[in-house]
Design a protein around this ligand. Structure first.
Ligand code: NDP
Length: 309
């Protein structure tokens, strides 16, 4: 017989653990599966300086270990494993873990996160953490009065370039077409900034470095010209992929694959299924917003169980 739980949480990032802490304190006895990347996306960065409560910053892994420990202290059943199949078409909801264990759940909180897209260059991988980043809000601070590049021409790239332009001396935007995909308003703000220079029709061939840190990038313009720029930081802003593929058959998602939640709640298009964190948030994508939405999901699950007993 399948194991039964009142509340199953998928994902071991800030959203999942916060949901688990709240759900456990509400006596829902949650089971949490950590997924492929325990600790979530945050563990791919180093120091987190913008999570409130840590005036000196906090190591990302330490922060996630603390969240895990806090969840455990409230009795959360934390397990390793990832959902491999779901059936949200009948009650109870059914989730298969790693193709083997089937759980039946009254509520499911999806907090599986998202992953930043990279160009796929080996030099880009080599300098991850040494100047290559996919989060200006997280790492921009290190580039005060320096020169950086942002790849992409969407709203995120513009937002990151604008943010960095307030910190760095000079910001290049590497845009592969001759137009920005971003909204008109955002594009206009970028154009107005004197220290942002857009390199149109350019693709990155290679990230250049000294073995430890980024020193430049080699670009190929559509007309065939190859040229180098000197930079200290290389920021990717070419989109994110939400980890929602498994659920797309059952839940409403937007064109980019983000799970759609209703109004200011975590409710999805299926009753009893809630989404929290980056898997439902194309816009803010911060550890603190993910944690907050995890709290919302646990409260919504609690309310749902009260109403549906
Ligand atoms: P988008 O998909 O909108 O934009 C991605 C950008 O990266 C495009 O310019 C695209 O180029 C470029 N790109 C993609 N792949 C590559 C590649 N391999 N090499 C070079 N360039 C590449 O993603 P965003 O993250 O910008 O935005 C996601 C969603 O979130 C959008 O709906 C956006 O409007 C929204 N958003 C809204 C904000 C706001 O309103 N303040 C802030 C941030 C995001 P191309 O155009 O040629 O395809």
């Amino acid at each position: 017989m399948a194991e039964r739980t009142k509340c199953l949480i998928l994902g071991g990032g800030p959203a999942g653990f916060t949901a688990a802490i709240y759900a456990s304190r509400a006596n829902l006895s949650p089971i949490l599966y950590e997924g492929i990347q325990p600790g979530g996306q945050l563990t791919t960065t180093t120091i987190v300086e913008n999570f409130p409560g840590f005036p000196g910053g906090v190591d990302a892994n330490t922060l996630m270990d603390s969240m895990r420990e806090q969840a455990r202290s409230f009795g959360v059943d934390i397990r390793s494993g990832s959902a491999s199949a779901v059936d949200f078409g009948s009650r109870p909801l059914r989730v298969t873990i790693d193709g083997a264990t089937v759980l039946e759940a009254d509520t499911v909180i999806i907090a599986t996160g998202a992953e930043a897209k990279y160009l796929g260059l080996s030099s880009e991988m080599k300098y991850r953490g040494g100047g290559v980043s996919a989060c200006a809000t997280c790492d921009g601070f290190f580039y005060r009065n320096r020169t950086v590049a942002v790849v992409g021409g969407g709203d995120t790239a513009c937002e990151e370039a604008l943010y960095l332009s307030g910190i760095a001396n000079k910001v290049y935007m590497i845009v592969r077409r001759d137009v920005l995909r971003a909204s008109k308003a955002m594009a206009a703000r970028v154009m107005e900034k004197e220290n942002i220079e857009i390199l149109w029709n350019c693709n990155t061939q290679e990230v250049l470095g000294d073995g430890f840190s980024v020193t430049g990038a080699r670009l190929l313009r559509k007309d065939g010209t190859v040229f180098d720029i000197d930079i200290d930081g290389f920021f990717l802003a070419i989109g994110h992929s939400p980890a929602s593929g498994l659920f797309a058959q059952w839940l409403e998602t937007d064109p980019a694959g983000y799970i759609v939640t209703k109004g200011k709640t975590s409710c999805t298009s299926v009753e009893g299924v809630f989404a929290a964190g980056d898997v439902q948030d194309p816009r803010y994508r911060q550890a603190v917003t993910a944690a907050a939405s995890g709290c919302m999901a646990a409260r919504d699950a609690e309310q749902y169980l009260l109403e549906n007993n």
